[in-house]
Design a protein around this ligand. Structure first.
Ligand SMILES: Nc1ncnc2c1ncn2[C@@H]1O[C@H](COP(=O)(O)OP(=O)(O)OP(=O)(O)O)[C@@H](O)[C@H]1O
Length: 260
């Protein structure tokens, strides 16, 4: 199957800090791929390059075969790369449905006429999205009243309003209770597989990663050091040393010190 996203040889440095070094990978439609690694490994830098916020020093990023390096974030978004953030971004005084309607208006390029228009516009489409994330009963509630877990589901619906082909999710379950985390990822994975949306997510909760990812990539000091099924990655001694154990053990210099 043709790759939805094909990343080749991405490099990004900041004044001598090699944030991302020669990273290559692909995401297939409907695939749920986790990108994990210790703090400072380069995960955010990778995400920021994928959605156009940062331009790589070197490398290619193809979405459905078309190069997107150099395109501004808004154009990348229009081409179908959605992103959710650790901190939810919704309008708290608007209702749940209105938030989705605003996203739909924007997607259908009518944001300029938003004032006084969102009330009726795209209502059915918004209701469908609400049903998809199980929030029909909360449609009329102001977002400011929602529990955190519900806000995250709303954020997912807002991201889906843009009909993404690829969804980048930055620690989607941060700040949630363990049960809610599993539920949110189950919901996301179900929708993504159903609609053939590729999902790339970063996550610190290993239960979420191992339970929901089809494959896991491990980044360490800017380099991809492993990719495989959750089982393969969990059993990889290098990965255990880098990420699941003491990160210092992976660096040969530190390993020597640690062993002594
Ligand atoms: N704007 C910047 N200027 C200078 N250095 C940066 C900048 N952004 C990132 N870095 C450095 O690049 C490296 C990778 O950072 P990045 O934020 O991508 O890692 P991360 O894996 O997302 O970390 P975390 O899990 O803590 O968010 C780090 O050494 C970081 O200090």
């Amino acid at each position: 199957m043709t790759a939805l996203l094909e990343v080749k040889g991405l490099v990004k440095s900041y004044a001598g800090v090699h944030a991302v070094r020669d990273v290559s990978f692909a995401v297939r439609p409907g695939e749920i791929l986790a990108l994990i690694g210790p703090n400072g490994a380069g995960k955010s830098t990778c995400f920021n390059m994928l959605n156009g916020q940062i331009r790589p020093d070197v490398g290619s990023i193809k979405l459905a075969g078309e190069e997107i390096v150099g395109l501004p974030p808004r154009t990348v978004w229009r081409r179908g790369v959605g992103r959710t953030f650790q901190i939810t971004a919704t309008f708290s005084s608007m209702t749940v449905r209105e938030n989705i309607q605003v996203a739909l208006l924007s997607f259908h390029r009518r944001l300029w006429s938003m004032v006084g228009y969102a009330g009726a516009s795209h209502r059915d489409e918004a209701n469908e999205l609400l049903a998809l994330v199980g929030m029909q009963e909360q449609a009329e509630r102001p977002c400011g009243e929602l529990a955190y877990g519900d806000l995250k589901r709303l954020e997912l619906a807002v991201a889906l309003a843009n009909q993404p082909r690829l969804l980048l999710m930055d620690e989607p379950t941060a700040g949630m209770a363990p049960k809610e985390r599993v539920e949110l990822m189950r919901l996301t994975a179900g929708i993504a597989r159903d609609k053939d949306i590729g999902v790339l997510f970063t996550e610190h909760d290993m239960d979420v990663v191992f339970e929901h990812a089809d494959e896991v990539m491990v980044l360490n000091r800017g380099q991809l050091v492993a990719r495989g099924t959750p089982q393969q990655v969990r059993n990889d001694p290098h990965v255990q040393a880098i990420y699941l154990g003491d990160g210092l053990l992976y660096d040969p210099k530190h390993r020597k010190e640690a062993v002594q």
